[in-house]
Design a protein around this ligand. Structure first.
Ligand code: FES
Length: 80
């Protein structure tokens, strides 16, 4: 996955939002899908929310609960 940043994206979402988050790491508009996954077998994660809230989307690509941040950016090391 492309390293967009080493911290989560904090995003305020509305109850009726439906967002597509990049799961391939190729998007130039991370953390959102820009269609760059086409030609691969990786699909974006489509998420609906049901209520207004603030979410934290992984920006480092190391979360085990992607697309959400799980704090791995604080502890996991990037292979050299
Ligand atoms: S930004 Fe990736 S785990 Fe937090």
């Amino acid at each position: 996955m492309t390293k967009w940043q080493n911290e989560p994206f904090e995003i305020k979402v509305k109850a009726d939002d439906k967002l597509a988050f990049c799961m391939c790491g190729r998007s130039a508009n991370g953390p959102y899908c820009d269609g760059s996954h086409k030609g691969s077998d990786i699909l974006p994660e489509i998420v609906t929310f049901g209520r207004d809230q603030t979410i934290h989307i992984c920006g480092c690509g190391r979360s085990h609960t992607r697309p959400y941040c799980d704090g791995s950016h604080k502890t996991d090391t990037v292979p050299a």
